[in-house]
Design a protein around this ligand. Structure first.
Ligand code: 3PG
Length: 395
């Protein structure tokens, strides 16, 4: 972005790919953004371009519509919040590359900002077919003389707006993308030790790649959340009605055998017969999970053990909640872990759910070294995978 600003953007049209994929609450009267962290994270780039006199055309995906317009996934409510946070109007185009987008972008004055409707209302955005993606990318590229990618949360997607547009326009990394990559690279290059990683979330199958890649580099890997039950089952524990990926048990057995003492699993969990805000809960040892029990949070003994490991850590990466924190009876583990992570020397929160948990549970955002805006993207980076969006910027 600094290079582009140094070239000068006054009077030039700049197409910015942002990740404005934020959670929404739909009621009969209104649709509201419930966590605007991703919008706030891209504001410095938008402001810098607008203040330098660019015509700023922003595009983003929201959710996973099926390649056609679907009002549930409209970016219109996001445009409203974006405008409030920016403190300036955001002109909203009701399509992505059609008549409305043509009119709205053509009438932008220097220093003004527009947002196009959801990229994923167009099948070409996510298509596996290079030609179909290329065709959509060409339509999108008409709105910019330069392209800035500041959608860190989407750089792991080989999508038209991320991978193909930069082939058609002079392309630049936005400040957020640069900051995210700089931070994550310190986790892979030379982290200060002890280096502790905390993983949670629903599925162990989603995290096996990152676990395998991180194990040789970390001093301890603490695992909670729904994914811990498949590992506990691999250790021979009964897990009752908890989340279980039965087809991953053998892989987990092998993983535990190879990891030795580096992987730290819960010793107790909070269980209930149902997932609800008023559920009756019990704390049980992991060898005493009953047949009808659903494990929905880590227990207090585990929380203390995790917090003690984190208290000694110089570097921490955390991805994934420890329990179903959206429900008060199952939020304590995630909150305590978030606070313990925040106390580490260098603390990075990876993405979506964990970043949302930090804000929802009222943990001070400023107490972390970095809260990533990319869930999948930060994990794929730490997995050592090539990120298509970054590769496209480097080409
Ligand atoms: C995310 O929420 O991780 C990003 O916005 C990417 O969304 P996706 O997983 O639907 O591609």
């Amino acid at each position: 972005l600094d290079d582009l600003l140094a070239e000068g953007v006054s009077g030039r049209r700049v197409l910015v790919r942002a990740d404005l994929n934020v959670p929404l609450r739909h009621t009969e009267e209104s649709v509201t953004v419930t966590d605007d962290g991703r919008i706030r994270a891209v504001l410095p780039t938008i402001r810098a371009l607008a203040e330098a006199g660019a015509h700023v055309v922003v595009c983003s995906h929201l959710g996973r519509p099926k390649g056609a317009p679907d009002p549930k996934y409209s970016l219109a409510p996001v445009a409203a919040r974006f405008s409030e946070l920016l403190g300036a109007p955001v002109a909203f185009a009701t399509d992505t590359v059609g008549e409305s987008a043509d009119t709205v972008t053509a009438s932008l004055a220097a220093g003004e900002v527009a947002l196009l409707e959801n990229l994923r209302f167009n099948a070409g955005e996510t298509s596996k077919d290079d030609a179909q993606r290329g065709e959509f990318a060409a339509k999108l590229a008409r709105y910019g003389e330069a392209y800035v990618d500041d959608a860190f949360g989407a750089v792991h997607r080989k999508h038209a707006s991320v991978y193909d547009v930069p082939k058609l326009l002079p392309h630049f990394a936005g400040g957020l993308v640069v900051r995210e990559l700089d931070t994550l690279s310190t986790l892979t290059s030379d982290p200060k030790r002890p280096y502790v990683v905390v993983l949670g979330g629903a599925k162990v199958s989603d995290k096996l790649g990152v676990i395998n890649n991180l194990l040789p580099k970390v001093d301890a890997l603490l695992i909670g959340g729904g994914m811990c039950f498949t590992l506990l089952a691999a250790q021979g524990h009964g897990v009752g009605d908890s989340l279980l990926e039965a087809d991953q048990i053998d892989t987990c057995k092998q993983l535990l055998a190879e990891a030795g003492a580096k992987i730290v699993l819960p010793t107790d969990v909070v269980v209930a017969g149902e997932l609800s805000a008023t559920a009756a809960t019990r704390v049980v040892g992991v060898d005493a999970i009953g047949a009808g029990d659903k494990g929905l949070d880590i227990g207090p003994e585990t929380t203390r053990a995790f917090a003690a490991k984190l208290a000694d850590a110089a570097t921490v990466f955390w991805n994934g909640p420890m329990g179903v924190f959206e429900y008060e009876p199952f939020a304590a583990g995630t909150k305590a872990v978030a606070e313990a992570v925040a106390g580490a020397g260098f603390s990075v929160v990876g993405g979506g759910d964990s970043a949302a948990a930090v804000r929802a549970l009222g943990v001070d955002e400023a107490s972390f070294s970095h809260i990533s805006t990319g869930g999948g993207a930060s994990l794929e980076y730490l997995e050592g995978k090539t990120l298509p969006g970054v590769a496209a910027l480097e080409a």
